[in-house]
Each structure stands twice: as C-alpha cells, then as structure tokens.
Design a protein around this ligand. Structure first.
Ligand SMILES: Cc1cc2nc3c(=O)[nH]c(=O)nc-3n(C[C@H](O)[C@H](O)[C@H](O)COP(=O)(O)OP(=O)(O)OC[C@H]3O[C@@H](n4cnc5c(N)ncnc54)[C@H](O)[C@@H]3O)c2cc1C
Length: 417
C-alpha cells in the first residue's frame, strides 16, 4: 500500500490523515505537539464551520462532537451608524439576521485536534511528535510516495513561493484578538436560537460573537478584528489573559454596546482562552521543492491563508482535505508527480478562489452598492438568508455582490417577487 506522510495535525492534516487511513493507506502524521499539549494549550481559532465543510467531516464519520456543540442557525450583521462610537454609540445603521439552510458549528480546535489525533493512533496510524524542518522533509520525500505539508502558517510555508498575482495584500489587514468566555447571554432579537453575530464598525474593525464547544463545555467567543493602527489594535504585548478580557469588554462597550450589554458579565473559560496576532493574507505556489529535488504538496493554510474576517479558513481546510483525498484516490498507483500536484491544487483553487476574492473584498471599505445590499437585507428576509448561506458557498457572491449591476438586478428581482 502507498505510504503518505502528512506534516501538521490541524483541520486539514488530520482530516486527510484519517481519510487516507480509512481507505487503507499507510499514513504517518507528524505533529509538533502531542494531543495533551494541544488540549491544554492556547486556543487557535474561532473555527466556525458551515454545512458543506461539516458534511465532509460527517462523510468520514469524524463528527464526534456534533450532538454536543451548539447549533448555529443564523448569521447576523450589524453595522454601527457613522460616528456612533463618538462619544458613546447606541445606533446601528444596519441590523439583521439571515437563517442558514444547514446549521454551522464551532468545536474548539483544542478539543477536535486532540481527539482526532488520538483516534488516528487508536486506528493504527503512526504519529510522530516532531517539529519538521526542511531537512527532515528532504529525507522523508525519498521514503514516502507523497509528502503533504499541512503545517498551517508556520515556518514551513517558506518552502512555497508567494503568488503575487493572487495575493493583493503584502501586510496584515487586521489585528486579531480572541477571548473564549462563559456568561454571555443570547441576542435579545433571537433568544431561542444561536447565530454568529458580525458587528462592523466602519474604519475601526469588526467584532464577531459566536457560540462554541470548548474544553469546559458550551462557551461564546468574542473576536475583535482591528484595522491596524486603529483603536482596536491595542493587544500587542498584553500577556495577562484577564487584562485581555477587560480590554475586549472595554472596547465592546465603546464601539459595539449592543453586544457589550449581553457580555458584560463574561468570564474567561480558561487561561489558554485568549489569542492575539496578525498575518498577511497570502496565496502560495502549491509545490515545494526540496534541496535534493524532491517535491512536496502544500495543503490548506500553507497555500491559501485568508484573513479570518469571513470565517473561512477551517471551512477551506476541510474542503481542501476533501478535494485532495479525492484526487489521491483517483490517482491510484501512479506517481505523484508535479503535474498531479498542480492539478490537485487547481481542483481546490476552483473553490478557494471565491473565498479569497470575497475575503479580500471584505477587508476593504465597502463600496456603496454593498452597503445598499446589506441595508436591503434588513428589509428583505430572502436577501439576509442568501447572504448568510453564501458563507457556506462563497461562489454565490459572484451572482450578487461584486458588481453594482448584478446587486441591483438581484435586489430588484427579490423586491419584485
Ligand atoms: C483568530 C482566528 C479566527 C479564525 N476563525 C475562523 C472561523 O471562524 N472559521 C474558519 O473557517 N476559520 C477560521 N480561522 C482560520 C482557521 O483556523 C485556519 O484557516 C485553519 O485552522 C487552517 O487549517 P490548517 O489545517 O491549514 O492549519 P492549522 O489548523 O493551523 O494546523 C497546522 C498544524 O501544524 C502544526 N505545525 C506547524 N508547523 C509544524 C511543523 N514544522 N511540524 C509539525 N507540525 C507543525 C501546527 O502546530 C498545527 O497543529 C480563524 C483563524 C484565526 C487566526
């Protein structure tokens, strides 16, 4: 049977390793941390995944936490009215919630990756705890039929050249600050169901609030995305988790008081429940060339790392793992050469290009027709629903989001109906 090395045990690496394992491949998984270190470590994401990505997990029977994780049935958008945060905001220019056709879920990656890693080992997979360097891959590329690099945004990305034509930004576009908390109440508009709430403060940044399943059960995540150099970009150097939470709540009170109102009693889930940082969204060439001439294929964030403003990276990682798994199975016993690697990535890029285009658009100030579209969603429920469901299928934004004419035609058709 064919031997495959997967380097990096995140959403894509574990999903691929477990998928290949279930098809009888001899898989070695290399992780720089043990399951226990991941479980007791720091949070890594907010990892809200929509129905299509969740279905890939269900297809592999890896949806171990589906019955425990909160079901996210809606996606809401609130936009602060201009100047409303100065001196104290109360106003929302836009405020609606769209209903998702299939529910979304967020399972703390500490829970999921640790659990999947243990399952991989229990099923006879070979797990190597080691932070792989290029030299290691050089050696292993000679002993494995295929080496997949799914090491996220870590140092190994340097093996994959940046694709400037697909990477419009060379600097981070948001400063990120995440806090996992207990004690957040429901949004008063829909106390009977959960939704991801996106709160946009023009020129300042965004706040996302969403429920999750973490190591201590159900919790909510407060996730600030600050325009660099702006008033939300203040988490650099904040090391104390309680200080991180106080700062988050202070900023919420000032800029998104309607969310602060339900979060003011929030308490951190655990000392590892905070995260801050930033990175530049980057698309890379999918094939890495090793010093001895061997080739490796990049997976998910290694090759397409978008800003989390649209909550797509884990969804894309799941879709990438599913696309690569199908491509590996289709290829049978043939050699995994460069042509196959490029074709495999293209299969993924078919989908990922839409995520990249949309995410990069959301990082820029919205043009007038997009503001009109978001405003119309408050009046027309089908528009809110369409917008919400496009988080599951970002290709749909092509039909009504980018071009003013298409937006107008779409809104006209809904209003007419
Ligand atoms: C703040 C924040 C919020 C986010 N929110 C969402 C969201 O709501 N929805 C969504 O879909 N996406 C979200 N994302 C993005 C999502 O988390 C990532 O895109 C996704 O986890 C990428 O999966 P991956 O498999 O490519 O890499 P990762 O999940 O990053 O996994 C890579 C793994 O490789 C390991 N590794 C690194 N280097 C090495 C090495 N040299 N050797 C061995 N192992 C190594 C790492 O420790 C890690 O375990 C968010 C990201 C951030 C930062």
């Amino acid at each position: 049977m064919r031997k495959i090395l997967v380097v990096g045990a995140g959403q894509s690496g574990l999903q691929l390793a477990l998928g290949l394992q279930s098809h009888g491949y001899e898989v070695t998984l290399m992780s720089n941390r043990t399951a226990d270190e991941i479980r007791s470590g720091r949070v890594m994401s907010t990892q809200c995944m929509f129905d299509t990505a969740l279905q890939h997990e269900r297809d592999l029977q890896l949806n171990f936490w589906e019955s425990q994780a909160p079901k996210i049935e809606g996606l809401g958008v609130s936009v602060a009215a201009p100047g409303s945060h100065d001196p104290g905001p109360t106003q929302r220019a836009i405020d609606w919630v769209g209903r998702l056709d299939g529910y979304a879920q967020s399972v703390d990656q500490r829970v999921k990756m640790a659990g999947w890693m243990e399952t991989f080992e229990q099923r006879g997979g070979q797990l190597v705890i080691h932070g792989a360097a290029v030299g290691d891959l050089d050696y292993f590329s000679r002993t494995y039929d295929l080496v997949l690099v799914s090491a996220g945004k870590g140092e190994l990305v340097q093996m994959f050249a940046r694709d400037p034509g697909r990477s419009p930004y060379s600097e981070p576009q948001r400063a990120l600050a995440v806090a996992y908390v207990h004690g957040v109440g429901p949004r008063p508009e829909h106390p009977d169901y959960d939704a991801v709430r996106s709160n946009l403060v023009p020129g300042v940044g965004e706040l996302f609030v969403m429920p999750t399943l973490t190591t201590s059960g159900r919790a909510d995540i407060l996730f600030l995305e600050g325009v660099p150099g702006g008033p939300l970009d203040v988490f650099n150097g904040v090391k104390d988790p309680s200080e991180h939470l106080s700062l988050t709540l202070e900023l919420m009170k000032k800029f998104v008081p309607w969310e602060y109102a339900r979060a003011m009693k929030a308490e951190l889930t655990d000392a590892g429940g905070v995260l801050s940082g930033r990175y530049a969204p980057t698309v890379r060439n999918p094939v890495g060339r090793l010093p001895s001439g061997g080739l490796v294929l990049g997976v998910a964030d290694v090759v397409v790392a978008n800003d989390p403003i649209t909550g797509q990276g884990a969804n894309s990682a799941s879709k990438c793992a599913a696309a690569y798994l199908a491509s590996i199975l289709d290829h049978g016993e043939k050699e995994f050469d460069e042509e196959w690697m490029l074709g495999t990535f293209d299969r993924y890029w078919e989908m990922a290009q839409h995520v990249t285009k949309w995410t990069n658009a959301m990082l820029a100030p919205p043009p007038e027709h997009v503001l009109n579209l978001m405003g119309a969603a408050g009046e027309l429920q089908p528009v809110a629903n369409r917008f919400a469901n496009a988080f599951d299928n970002p290709a749909d934004f092509e039909n009504f989001f980018y071009e003013p004419e298409k937006t107008q035609a779409y809104l006209g058709s809904v209003a007419g109906a």
